[in-house]
Design a protein around this ligand. Sequence first.
Ligand SMILES: C[S@@+](CC[C@H](N)C(=O)[O-])C[C@H]1O[C@@H](n2cnc3c(N)ncnc32)[C@H](O)[C@@H]1O
Length: 271
Amino acid sequence: MSGRRMTDRGMTETGPGGRGMGGRGRSGGAPKDPSPRRSLALFRAFLREQEDPDACYALLARDAADQVEAYGGPVAGRVVVDVGGGSGHFTEEFRRRGADAFLFEPDVRELAEKPPEGTVVADGYLLPLCDGAADVTFSSNVLEHVADPQTFLSELARVTTPGGLIYVSFTNWFSPWGGHEWAPWHYLGAERARARYRRRTGRPAKHTLGENLFPVHIGTTLRQVRGRADVRIVSARSRYWPFLTETVVKVPGLREFATWNLLLILRRCPE
Ligand SMILES: C[S@@+](CC[C@H](N)C(=O)[O-])C[C@H]1O[C@@H](n2cnc3c(N)ncnc32)[C@H](O)[C@@H]1O
């Protein structure tokens, strides 16, 4: 892999809308983050996900890439590693912005018909990368699908260069979307929700609790991440909310229901 180190470029440490946006995000990406217009656009895209997955994930990818650039500066020329990237929309978007981006995905069924060139079939627990290989490590909605999130985070930190950015987002268990395709019935118990899904659709649900979906909580995750020596939290916020994105995450109890999806922007230590 090639690409200059993010630290060589003097990474910015601004939030959304700050200097780090680098212009590209606003003009070529989704609407301003956070804003009601953006949240509405994302919500509409989610509602049409089954009908038009490409449009939905292309918008989500532009939005997420804008967020990465907002916190870390332009990705052009940098090495971006997309772990558990599924169909590869995020990798493609980072490439469009000039990054040396690579998709690492363990499940070939998740790949698109034509995955991005150079895609690696690999597990996030054991990435075939040397220490510090990536300027940006990106993982969108994967953490709730691994049995051991802390080991998964350790591997993301290992492959990120000191001072590099780690983007991790996940849907927590008590989020209204925590049960994924069987939400919001997970509030009544996973088994019941799964059985209901099968009755209603006539097909088995994709996710089974304890197999490929795990109950991840915001409070526990924050405590564990704060206790780590290999990363520092730059921002812990709601990924999709239109306002109070960091405030909602500070309120124990409420955050488990109201955050929807936690976005952790981490910096690899030592910086
Ligand atoms: C909900 S999909 C998210 C796909 C994509 N990142 C997105 O945000 O649309 C979860 C992904 O996590 C992947 N995954 C599950 N376990 C993983 C692991 N141990 N390492 C890396 N990826 C994993 C799955 O194969 C799947 O592609």
